[in-house]
Design a protein around this ligand. Structure first.
Ligand SMILES: CC(=O)N[C@@H]([C@@H](O)[C@H](O)[C@H](O)CO)[C@@H](O)CC(=O)C(=O)O
Length: 308
């Protein structure tokens, strides 16, 4: 593996832009990259994950999106991580080979969630088969038990994983179990692993136990404010950091009560950025006009500590 800039800070879990008739909308990605970098100060992306509806896309669509993000991100983004997890091992391997061939900065793999691994060994064996198809590409395990139902603790998974998967680089940790995250950090201090937290509304707690950064949907449209939170935390100015977390939490708390998921994220990103994200793919249904009006009013009402 060639030497690389450490992945830290914010990573936008990219939305997959779609046309009104539900096709992936590749031409929008160039503008999307510029928006993330210039308006949200976010220079890393995680493509084809949950927010990107990766598991609802065809293999061909996933490859096209991966290529477009790598191409448009060249010289603008620091890291383009491609999620290559799938229910079928050969498909996942094909996506891993493809990510390596196009020069992705990293790959991530979710646990299969139909036939679920119940033991660490089953999961590591699968991850090993996928990652060996991209032997020079840093690999992140994508832990999101609320969606996969795979509850193998990451602390346990990490024991000995580097011996079996030399490309293992870290974890995209999308779970509220901060004890598990803290033990991962604590037990792996000697290794240069990266722990990227994925529950945006409680990122500050994860930073306190040692997360290096975060992957999330809200960094598409609240990246600037969350980066100010990271700066305040690093200073440290915890009172200011808390203020940012409270305010992003106020917005998320509000929309979660209305019903918030990928479809609503697409709508919020559309009205904040002005870039058309289009509808979600079935079985998801688009956000209602009522949701959009309420979410917009809420976001507009928030006064951020920097006055913007
Ligand atoms: C369940 C879910 O979608 N979680 C999001 C969060 O960013 C989430 O949208 C946010 O914390 C608001 O609840 C991310 O962890 C998902 C993610 O990073 C991805 O798109 O792969």
């Amino acid at each position: 593996m060639t030497s690389r800039k450490k992945l830290q800070g914010l990573v936008a879990a990219t939305i997959t832009p779609m046309t009104p008739d539900g096709q992936i909308n590749l031409p929008v990605i160039r503008q999307y990259v510029d928006y993330l970098v210039n308006k949200q100060t976010v220079k890393n992306v995680f493509v084809n994950g949950t927010t990107g509806e990766g598991l609802s896309l065809s293999i061909q669509e996933r490859k096209q999106l991966a290529e477009e993000w790598v191409c448009q991100g060249k010289d603008k983004l620091d890291h383009v991580i491609i999620h290559v997890g799938a229910l079928s091992l050969p498909e996942s391997q094909e996506l891993a080979r493809h990510a390596a061939a196009i020069g992705a900065g990293g790959i991530a793999v979710i646990a299969p969630f139909f036939f679920k691994p119940t033991k660490k060994d089953e999961l590591v064996s699968l991850l090993q088969k996928v990652t060996s198809e991209a032997p020079d590409v840093p690999f992140y395990y994508y832990h999101i038990p609320s969606l996969t139902g795979v509850k193998i603790r990451v602390e346990e998974l990490l024991e000995g994983i580097k011996e079996r998967i030399p490309t293992f680089q870290g974890v995209k940790f999308s779970d509220t179990d901060l004890l598990d995250l803290a033990q991962c950090v604590h037990k792996n201090e000697a290794q240069q692993l990266e722990f990227l937290y994925g529950v945006d509304e409680q990122l500050l707690g994860a930073l306190a136990v040692g997360a290096n950064g975060a992957v999330g949907s809200t960094y598409n449209y609240l990246g600037r404010q969350t980066n100010l939170m990271l700066e305040a935390f690093a200073k440290p100015d915890l009172a200011l950091a808390r203020k940012y977390q409270f305010l992003t939490g106020e917005f998320l708390n509000f929309v979660i009560k209305l019903g918030f998921g990928v479809a609503q994220t697409k709508a919020v990103m559309t009205f904040v950025s002005g870039i058309p994200m289009g509808p979600p793919r079935l079985p998801l249904l688009g956000a209602s006009e009522e949701f959009i009006a309420k979410a917009k009013a809420k976001l507009d009402s928030i006064v951020w500590p920097d006055g913007n």
